[in-house]
Design a protein around this ligand. Structure first.
Ligand code: NAD
Ligand code: ZN
Length: 360
């Protein structure tokens, strides 16, 4: 057995209002005393002076607003990298992502691709990145994905939706300021929060489970229950706890894997552009055979918060489209092996997946 030796986020700040410290935190990282920081900011914050006025721009620093409407693409990463290289003489001092999983993943990928040759699609997979990324900072504004703590950045490429998993992917610095999540719309709060919940269920019920993953997964699950079921938290307590649940959920899958919901949700994402959080919910509705307790709990949470999950999204698909989704899902072998075990290929057939997709 050769155990993985994983890097982690090297520095983290937690606290309401900690975003105010961003300038002080990054100042010592400025290269050549003037090389720019590039801020990638979710465009939902455009015109929101409460946040934008606190972004500490200096010298040639650049602020790029980015839409989170679509999940990150390898081509988008390549374009961003090219425009940054063309705009600035100096290699940037760092990339700072401010937003949800979409923006955090873009920030990680851009930081990697500024020091690695070629196109982002060539690095989708495991441990393909050769050179360390430039300094990168993640500042989540919505909680649940664990992207702030993970060793991957999930990108849709021409051939697949797959992460750049590497030792250089994790952020050098994360700022956890739960205040930044206060305006997240309720449905989105639930979808992204359920990403965390599903990480816990898939990790805790997987064959890869070990004490490391379990300790984080159990804590995250306990927090999810407090937040989504028990209902005796103030709004602030709930936001604080969800930010930590996301962190723990992400840590839990670092040393294990996700499972059936994620594999199938990637298929929906690749073919139909369904976003990760809501995609997991759409799939999870139908996974009682695989995660009976988790699905029951999920349904109770969905009812309690009166959240609508899109239905019938696969109603009009053709066989070749089902095949595309099934191919994407089945290509994620470690997810199935974690969920089902080494013999998963005997258990998970194309017909089974098709029947599940047809229900969605
Ligand atoms: P997101 O970043 O796609 O954002 C969802 C919506 O919430 C967007 O409309 C965004 O503008 C809005 N939003 C974000 N913060 C807000 C705020 N404070 N106020 C109001 N609106 C706000 O959502 P997400 O669920 O965090 O991220 C999904 C992405 O994360 C997917 O691309 C998925 O692949 C990725 N992901 C990555 C990892 C990882 O480990 N790298 C893990 C899970 C998911
Ligand atoms: Zn996820």
């Amino acid at each position: 057995m050769n155990y993985k030796n994983y890097p982690m986020v090297s520095r983290v700040v937690f606290g309401r209002g900690s975003f105010n410290q961003l300038g002080d935190i990054i100042a010592p990282e400025r290269l050549n005393r003037k090389a720019p920081f590039i801020f990638l900011v979710d465009d939902v914050f455009k015109g929101n002076s409460d946040l934008t006025s606190r972004i500490p721009l200096a010298y040639d620093d650049q602020l790029l607003y980015i839409s989170a409407e679509q999940e990150p693409k390898t081509s988008q990463v390549d374009e961003l990298v090219e425009s940054i290289i063309l705009t600035h003489k100096d290699r940037p001092s760092g990339i700072i992502g401010i937003g949800g999983g979409t923006i955090l993943d873009l920030a990680k990928a851009v930081a990697i691709m500024l020091t690695n040759e070629g196109e982002a699609k060539n690095y989708q997979g495991w441990d393909l990145v050769k050179n360390p990324a430039i300094y990168h900072v993640g500042i989540p504004t919505i909680s649940g994905t664990g992207a702030e703590v993970s060793r991957t950045t999930i990108l849709t490429g021409p051939e697949r939706k797959l992460g750049i998993n590497s030792d250089y992917t994790p952020f050098d610095q994360v700022i956890l300021d739960p205040e930044l999540t206060k305006d997240v719309p309720k449905d989105q709060w639930f979808y992204t929060g359920m990403d965390c919940f599903v990480h816990c269920i898939e990790s805790l019920n997987g064959t890869y489970l070990n004490a490391f993953s379990q300790s984080y997964g159990e804590k995250a699950l306990e927090l999810c229950k407090e937040i989504f079921i028990e209902d005796n938290l103030s709004e602030e307590e709930s936001a604080d706890k969800l930010m930590m649940a996301s962190w723990h959920g992400g840590m839990s899958i670092a040393y294990s894997q996700v499972g059936v919901a994620h594999a199938m949700s990637y298929g929906l994402g690749y073919l139909l552009g369904i976003k990760h959080g809501v995609g997991n919910c759409i799939v999870f509705e139908h996974l009682e055979d695989y995660y009976p307790e988790g699905v029951a709990l999920y349904k109770a949470m969905r009812k309690k918060h009166n959240i609508k999950i899109p239905q019938g999204i696969c109603a009009d698909l053709h066989d070749d489209e089902f095949d595309i989704m099934i191919d994407v899902a089945l290509s994620l072998e470690p997810l199935w092996e974690n969920a089902i075990g080494k013999n998963w290929k005997q258990v998970i057939t194309r017909n089974k997946l098709k029947a599940l997709y047809q229900k969605m």
